[in-house]
Design a protein around this ligand. Structure first.
Ligand code: ZN
Length: 312
């Protein structure tokens, strides 16, 4: 018996993931490959299309639609990519939705990656049934999406609010690519964590670079500088999450992304920060939990936009 599936596509500056998801949110399989943005938009489109075709042909699947989640702010009116020059130079204004619609003759949606992720976690994941739901995705950057009564919150002109770039400490860190110093992403993303490690620990440890996952592992094994890096990370994650708690008093804040696989290392600092900083809101009733879809949240979330009313 054939199964209707949605292709989810997660386009980041480093990697692209392509997967198949059922209409009830079951991830059937996915592939990941380097974005290689310098090779151009058409090259990436062809790779994505061949992965979709390969996955579809691996079983008796019928393609219902394609949901694309991509970093940046996009043009909802015509489904073209917005300002993505920081991650995908030369791709701006490319009409990715019509390109895939022409190739596969199915509906295609395009959503900001953080917004796609929150739609997915609310539709099929940990946020199902909540009225005020935030998803924080911590990876190379920090993305935050907000869902209110099941509807994605959009800013003026459909803008994705850049909560990951709100300022948490203007006297710390270097200037972020967003232009601000001390924004949340600049202090608490896994990229910020590895930068801090390189500047503060690598000489002493004779290790030039470690990724955030490796730093977390070193902390668990008792490496003092790694523990310091983790504590700093937990502190700044906690400040940002406390700010969200104070600003929105939500039902739930879910934490996803690669770094949150080590959430246990940061949770004490997060809880401490909430206790200290969120005295004016009923924070004890707000759940802070790991997201369901982890590193596949954008992929699954992009697919979920095909079954919600919030289609582009
Ligand atoms: Zn920033």
């Amino acid at each position: 018996m054939s199964i209707d599936v949605i292709a989810g596509v997660d386009i980041g500056g480093t990697n692209i993931s392509v997967g198949l998801i059922t209409k009830t949110g079951e991830l059937l399989g996915h592939n990941e490959f380097p974005t290689e943005p310098a090779q151009g938009f058409e090259s990436a489109v062809n790779k994505i299309a061949s992965h979709i075709t390969e996955l579809i042909q691996s079983d008796d699947y019928v393609l219902f639609g394609i949901g694309i989640g991509c970093t940046g702010r996009h043009n909802r009116a015509d489904g073209s990519l917005g300002n993505v020059e920081a991650f995908l130079p030369g791709w701006q204004s490319k009409n990715i939705t019509s390109t895939f619609r022409d190739k596969f003759n199915v509906p295609v949606t395009l959503e900001n990656d953080a917004d796609a992720a929150v739609i997915g976690e609310h539709t099929w994941g940990i946020g199902k049934g909540t009225s005020r739901f935030l998803l924080v995705t911590v990876g190379t950057g920090i993305g935050v999406g907000l869902s209110i009564d099941g509807q994605l919150y959009r800013g003026i002109e459909g803008a994705h609010p850049e909560i990951g770039h709100h300022i948490v400490d203007s006297s710390e860190g270097t200037v972020c690519w967003c232009g601000s110093q001390g924004c949340w992403e600049g202090l608490a993303s896994s990229g910020a964590m590895t930068d801090w490690w390189i500047n503060n620990c690598s000489d002493a440890q004779d290790v030039k670079s470690m990724n955030a996952h490796e730093i977390c592992r070193a902390a668990k094994m008792g490496n003092k500088c790694a523990i310091e890096a983790v504590n700093r990370q937990g502190f700044y994650l906690g400040v940002g999450i406390s700010n969200l708690m104070t600003l929105f008093a939500p039902d739930m804040i879910a934490l996803g992304g690669g770094l949150m696989r080590s959430l246990d290392l940061f949770m004490d600092n997060i809880q401490k920060s909430i206790e200290i900083n969120c005295t004016l809101v009923p924070h004890h009733n707000t759940k802070v939990l790991p997201a369901r879809f982890g590193t596949e949240a954008v992929l699954v979330g992009a697919a979920s936009t095909l079954v919600t009313s919030d289609i582009c």
